[in-house]
Design a protein around this ligand. Structure first.
Ligand code: UDP
Ligand code: MN
Length: 477
């Protein structure tokens, strides 16, 4: 055996052991390599999942924060009246700012209603006392409302056909009557400024504001001062005690001198060319009462959302509802711009020839607060020789407030108002109402003799006629 042999053997052994070491090392290297690959893949996936979103998210939040601050600062700077001029007040806040996002642990739940959906999608910070106290006080998001300032542009929600319409110069003039009670200052001011800026001056006789004995301080001297910039166009009437919407509207109408009365709620924003289509319809037929198509201003985001074509109806409980329009009404090339015959109006927003308003008996002054008056005036218009239409080329946004507080006085008043409608206007069909609300059958509703007399004087048709001719679908309810 040579050492070589030995060495060979050794070498051979060594070679074997080297080989196994190498194999181990190789395996180890391979394993490391595979591990590194897996790690790199993981890191890459993680980057794809999170990393790629970081820069845009950062840019978004940064921009968002800045635009929110800018908007807030902008609206604050508008607080000084000296700066007011047409130019300054017409600032365009652009994107609607949103309050800071917070994580809501219940976010993964399926939203149950549209309202919940809108709240959840926006992740409002309900631990912010300004937001929650504002919601309780006004039923809307005051942080966003303030940030929007005193005037803003809203998207033109009209159908393209409406854009090509021409209106004559010599339309009747309008007195816009806006009653308010404890309204949020910016919301009220935007209502007024939108009317001023989007109505041709020669058609706007005046805006009549009726303060229904509001309690909030900013609606007193501060409001007087702010309205100064619209001097000459505004009449502000302050009720000595709370009268409710129905009597406040009659007070407002009593101070009006325009040919047409246009009633608006104190939380609206009118759209472009909103008034002309209403005035034109009335100028053709003074017994035509017309409503704009009511777009929705979200009470939390203040986003302006276009509404579809609808008509107004009610059920046997006298609950007002929106209903789809019959296809034959919107057929043809001009279909979406044609007036929609409506069995009822929502109540807040409509235009009526001023003399005709008195001729058909204004409102039932025995009604308190609000509620039911919209059904009452709708029945009266149709049954006593008038007509009621929604004009889709006229668009006005309205904030549907989130009423959290219950008001027992109001609830009592609404029931009494409904009873007055039932007893004066529904003839034998009142049985349908009482079948659904038997507890109300013997409830008092004040004296309605004046309204019964009015119905006779106006030679109004029967409720059966209304069912047969205007609203046959009610019978199938
Ligand atoms: N309003 C009023 N006096 C009242 C109750 C309401 O002047 O006692 C005003 C209110 O500020 C608003 C309008 O009447 O401008 C309609 O009220 P609301 O918006 O609450 O009715 P809705 O739109 O919810 O039917
Ligand atoms: Mn309203």
């Amino acid at each position: 055996m040579t050492p070589l042999g030995k060495s060979n053997t050794v070498k051979a052994e060594d070679a074997r052991s080297v080989t196994s070491m190498e194999i181990e090392e190789q395996t180890f290297k391979n394993a490391r390599f595979t591990l590194r690959n897996i790690l790199i893949q993981y890191l890459f996936c993680a980057f794809l999942l999170f990393g790629i979103w970081i820069p845009p998210l950062f840019i978004y939040f940064h921009h968002h924060h800045e635009s929110y601050q800018n908007n807030t600062q902008e609206s604050e700077s508008l607080l000084s009246l000296e700066k007011y001029g047409h130019q300054q007040i017409l600032h365009n806040p652009g994107q609607i700012p949103r309050p800071q996002a917070v994580t809501d642990p219940s976010d993964k739940e399926e939203p149950k209603s549209p309202r919940l959906l809108s709240l959840k999608n926006n992740n409002f910070n309900f631990s912010d006392p300004e937001l929650t106290s504002g919601l309780l006080k006004y039923g809307l998001n005051i942080i966003v409302s303030k940030s929007l300032g005193y005037q803003r542009d809203v998207p033109d929600s009209r159908n393209a056909i409406c854009l090509g319409k021409q209106y004559p110069m010599n339309l009747p003039t309008a007195s816009v009557v806006i009653c308010f009670y404890n309204e949020e200052f910016h919301v009220l001011f935007r209502t007024v400024s939108s009317v001023i800026y989007l109505t041709p001056s020669h058609l706007l006789e005046e805006i009549i504001l009726v303060d229904d004995h509001s309690e909030y301080d900013d609606l007193k001297e501060k409001l007087d001062g702010y309205l100064e910039i619209f001097r000459g166009k505004i009449k502000l009437i302050r009720n000595k005690e709370r009268e409710g919407l129905i009597r406040s509207r009659m007070i407002g109408a009593g101070h009006a001198s325009g040919d047409v009365l246009v009633f608006l709620d104190s939380h609206c924003e009118v759209n472009r060319v909103w008034l002309e289509p209403l005035l034109q319809a009335i100028s053709k037929n003074p017994k035509m009462v017309v409503c704009p198509l009511i777009d929705v201003i979200d009470e939390m985001t203040f986003e302006y959302k276009a509404s579809p074509l609808v008509r107004g109806i009610f059920d046997w409980n006298l609950q007002f509802k929106w209903d789809k329009v019959f296809s034959y009404e919107v057929e043809g090339p001009y279909g979406p711009s044609k007036p929609i015959r409506s069995p009822a109006m929502a109540g807040g927003l409509f235009a009526i020839n001023r003399h005709y308003f008195y001729e058909i008996g204004q409102y039932d002054k025995g009604m308190n607060f609000w509620g039911g008056e919209n059904v009452e005036i709708s029945l009266r218009i149709w049954m006593c020789g008038g007509q009621l239409y929604i004009i889709p080329c006229s668009r006005v946004g309205h904030v549907v407030r989130n009423q959290i507080k219950r008001d027992p006085d109001l609830e009592r008043a609404v029931i009494e108002n409904y009873l007055r409608v039932v007893h004066v206007w529904m003839d034998e069909h009142k049985a349908h109402f009482f079948n659904r609300r038997p507890a109300l059958k013997f409830k008092s509703y004040g004296n309605v003799s004046e309204r019964v007399k009015l119905r006779k004087q106006l030679k109004c048709k029967s409720f059966q006629w209304y069912l047969d001719t205007i609203f046959p679908e009610l019978e199938d309810e």
